[in-house]
Structures are given as C-alpha cells and as structure tokens.
Write a protein that binds this ligand. Structure first.
Ligand code: GTP
Length: 308
C-alpha cells in the first residue's frame, strides 16, 4: 500500500507540505471504533451497532481537508471467545493491517483497561506511530478520574500521543485530527476530495443490510450470520439488489424471518431507506434467508462470502 504515497506520486497535485497516509483504527470490540470513523468522515460508512463484532470487513473511509488526506482502515474487533475459522481470519486481518499503515489509532474506553485491551497492545507494531485514543469520556461521572486513568495506561506502550475524546458527541475529535496530521508522511492525495470510500456499492449494500440485522434482531441475533449479495444491477438511477441472509441452522432462519415475515420485512425496508439516501436514487431490495450449515467453520465458505 505504502508505495503509493509520496512526492513521486504526482507532486503537482499536492500543495506544499500536504500529508497523506493510511490510518488503522484498532481496539477491542465495542470501544467505539466505527463511531469514531463515522464521526471523522462525517457520513455513515462503517457500520455501527450496540452489539460487539459488527465489523468483519475492512472498511475504508477517506477524509480530506486542507492539510492532509487520511485513508482510514477500520479493522475487525478482536475475538477471543469463539475460536473458529472466522475469528482466526479476523485476527490475521488485524496484524496485516497494522504492519502496513502509517499510523495506528488504538482506541480504549475511558476508565476501563482490561485483559482484552492488553491483547490488542500485543499486536501493536514494534516500530511505528501509535496514538492512544481514550473514547467515551462523556461516560465518566467524575472528570477528575481521567488523569489518574491516563497515568495508569500511558506506559503500556510508547504512545506518540494520547487523546481523550467522545466519538459519539464529537468532543475533542478535531483535536485528534490536529494532533495526528503531522504524524502522516508528506505526499499527494491518493483519492479525490469528495471520495469517502473505495468500497463498491455492492459491498456497502451488504454492510448496511448486516447492520439492520444486528440492530433489529438484538439479543436474538444468531451467531454466524452473513449477507451475500446475489444480484446488483443498476438501471439509470435505480438499483436492483437481491440479497441472501446466510444462517447456520434452520431454527435461525425462523428467527430472522420473524412471525408472519414481519421481522425480515422491517429489516429490508429500513436497509432500503438508508441505501436510497446513500446512493441518492431508488433501490429495489429483495432479501431472502438461506441455510448453510457450519459456514462459520469453513474457510472456503468464508472466502466465497468475501472474508479474506
Ligand atoms: N457514551 C458513549 N458511547 C459511545 C461512544 N462512542 C461509541 N459509543 C457506543 O459504543 C457502542 C459500540 O460502538 P461501535 O462504534 O460499534 O464500536 P466498535 O469498536 O466499532 O465495535 P466492533 O465493531 O464490535 O469492533 C455503540 O453503542 C456506540 O453508540 C462515546 O463516545 N460515548
């Protein structure tokens, strides 16, 4: 990835001193990585959910301002509970991303630094720039808890910077950008100013649908659920999308469909509304549920669903 950055990549396009680089956001599940990315980009691209482990794919967000272009790589949360092929694949992705980027944002939750955070520290690069982002400071009942907390975590790794913020409220997010801009290498932008993702519309459709499944099924969400886009056609400003929700067992299929098909109808309809906003055009979305036994344990099935 990195060979694309640098003055040799079209210095004419870059103002003097402009910086461009890849930024990875890591942290244990649920610390707010997707929320932070969305806040930084200013539009929903990475999916956000109250449930852990919603980000299985690498989602790239791009932020361009007067001084720099940040190409964000959101990485999957660490999985320690279930050890199967899917989780091994997720952890591998994290190490690969970290070895390849210019800057790592390591996100933790204010007031909480546990074993699962420590596991993430273990895969931080030996050399390189890592900024500690202490998220959810709005949750601290007493702000005076922040300094002792920073004192407790600041030595677990030689962090380049430490920035406390609230991704959800937007508090101190600008300061984070200011602090990390000088850490990126100088170079011309890789993407156009208004591009916010390099993922395909097909990929985004799958992600948006998956988010709705996570949100609307709540605690009933079956383990090992995935979305396959079987058909994606564009006719003028209309997109025709056929998607399959892949589940592990027939009993899970019933959960996703819901009584009288209500649940699935609602999931599809909410996903459609958001996709129409994202694509700025009409969307025809058809969703069905397919049972594929044991897919989460089968590396080949994973590949066919787009997990590397
Ligand atoms: N109070 C508070 N909640 C936050 C903040 N940032 C994120 N959250 C909430 O924390 C939960 C998890 O946020 P996500 O952004 O999905 O977390 P993630 O780290 O991407 O999670 P995974 O995809 O599972 O790795 C959601 O319910 C967010 O609304 C914050 O600054 N303050």
């Amino acid at each position: 990835m990195n060979e694309n950055i640098g003055p040799e990549n079209g210095p004419a396009a870059a103002p003097e001193g402009f910086r461009t680089g890849f930024v990875a956001i890591v942290g244990r599940p649920n610390v707010g990585k997707s929320t932070l990315l969305n806040r930084l980009i200013g539009q929903k691209i990475s999916i956000v959910s109250r449930k852990a482990q919603t980000t299985r794919h690498r989602v790239t967000g791009i932020l361009t301002n007067d001084d720099a272009q940040f190409v964000f790589v959101d990485t999957p949360g660490f999985q320690t509970k279930h050890r199967n092929a899917l989780n091994r694949s997720m952890n591998r992705t994290v190490s690969q991303v970290l070895a390849d980027v210019d800057l790592v944002l390591f996100v933790i939750e204010a007031g909480r630094f546990g074993e699962d955070d420590r596991k993430v520290v273990e895969v931080l690069p030996q050399e390189g720039k890592v900024v500690l982002v202490i998220n959810k400071v709005d949750r601290l009942a007493d702000k005076s808890q922040l300094l002792p907390f920073i004192a407790r975590v600041k030595d677990v790794y030689p962090f380049t910077e430490i920035v406390p913020l609230s991704a959800e409220r937007g508090t101190n997010v600008e300061q984070l950008l200011k602090a990390v801009t000088p850490l990126l290498p100088e170079g011309a932008p890789m993407y156009g100013e208004d591009e916010i993702t390099d993922r395909s519309e097909r990929f985004l459709a799958a992600e948006f649908l998956r988010e709705k499944l996570f949100r609307l099924l709540g605690d009933e969400l079956p383990y090992g659920i995935a979305v396959e886009i079987e058909k994606f056609e564009t006719e003028g400003n209309l997109r025709r999308i056929h998607a399959a929700v892949v589940v592990d067992r027939a009993s899970h299929k019933a959960i996703v469909i819901g009584r009288g098909g209500e649940q699935l109808k609602r999931i599809a309809s909410e996903a459609r509304v958001e996709l129409e906003q994202l694509f700025d055009g009409k969307v025809f979305l058809e969703v069905w549920v397919k049972v594929k036994s044991g897919w989460a344990d089968d590396e080949r099935a994973l590949k066919s669903l787009g997990y590397e």
